[in-house]
Design a protein around this ligand. Sequence first.
Ligand code: ADP
Length: 482
Amino acid sequence: MRPDLSRADLWREDCYIAGVWRSGDERIAVDNPANGETIGSVPFMGTAETEEAVTAADAALPEWQRLTGKERGAILRRWAALMLEHCEDLARITTAEQGKPLAEARGEVVYAAAFLEWFGEEARRVRGEVLTPHASDRRLVVSRRPIGVVGAITPWNFPLAMITRKAGPALAVGCTFVIKPSEFTPFSAMALALLGEEAGIPPGVFNVVTGDAPAIGEVLTEDVRVGKFTFTGSTAVGKMLAARCAGTVKRVSLELGGNAPFIVFEDADIDAAVEGAITSKFRNTGQTCVCANRFIVHDDVYERFAEKLAARVGQMIVGAGLEGPSDQGPLIDERALAKVEDHVADALARGGRLLAGGKRHAAGANFYTPTVIVNVAPDARLCHEETFGPVAGLIRFRTEDEAIRLANDTRAGLAAYAYTRDASRHWRLSEQLKYGMVGLNTGLVSTEVAPFGGVKESGIGREGSHLGIDDYLETRLACIAV
Ligand code: ADP
């Protein structure tokens, strides 16, 4: 069943290409992960339609770039305002297709709109430089120009925010945009496109294509008219798509998987650490790339932290997001649930002990009980692979060096967290943890005003903050003989 909406037309089952809502006979069904019911379908488009979208985006560039930054910014800010005006409907659409509790979905709408507002403001602040020349009869002018058409592929865990983080800066500087949302969560993207149209985005500037992921991906990574490709999703798919961009030397931004350590030192405020762990680990049913994946806990506070965490986890309400209060919704699908079960079985087989959960939840087929496992072996799968589910596995350490070594023992480098009251240790950790983002005494680091992104195999580029706009600009030099 579709969710009830106060504006029923926000539910669109068509793609949006060149400012036209486009249907198709071949379709993909979309299910509600909370109950398995089909809630709608979207067109199964492929190479031809994606090429049309790129053609439209390419054709829209000159007019869009003729606007001033202030004018483009005003459209983006109007788009953000419309998102907030229709927050409840957008949240219901997101929850229906993604599963997160309604309160989290509302939070995502606000977070997603903030990127449009922020980059709408930043649109006016793109600047170049005039350099001191190397010769008295030369002048050197460095300008920053929009790259052109941007191809984007986004995941299902934040169906709105993962789009606005990319579309905001792209549109702000004068790029145009072709997006393939996840096939699990296309309706949030369609609602966003409709509100963008109402905000005044001209035809061709923002296009949404759904369907055959490899075929759409091939156009977005190989078409010469696409100047930049930006991807958020799994490391394996991101690497493969980035390699394809090499053929036309596209600019590439990647936001890939993490394997976040969450370190609790002996001097930590344990209650605060438990709350931070809940936020970091169990938000979105553990399905965020910045989710704590490994808890590295000092021997002296290990038992206390584990018991408090297990007690707190035991209080969480598990249930469908659209039906009454819920702290944790379903996993996205059966495959995701099977991976969680595998990680738990593996940790237990290697000597781990359950303090909470460890089993499916009666709320429905894709639900898993929030889980805490102690005595996890450092070689357990959940220490090396992203679980992407509601499982906290705890390992022990004795010295700061050991904690840092364990934390850095991964090819991922997105987010890391640590709880400690020692201020000089804050500096050491922020310098020595090889992560794009380090949360100290907090389980949440994401905001539109700060740069989000990873090091090592977690990605290339930054989203959000004044730096987020750089990924959509290219540097051009004019060397002028005078
Ligand atoms: P997740 O684990 O988040 O589902 P994926 O990397 O599989 O990670 O999915 C992220 C996005 O990448 C989705 O929009 C998905 O459709 C897309 N995707 C997956 N495989 C391919 C592919 N071969 N070509 C293009 N896009 C793909």
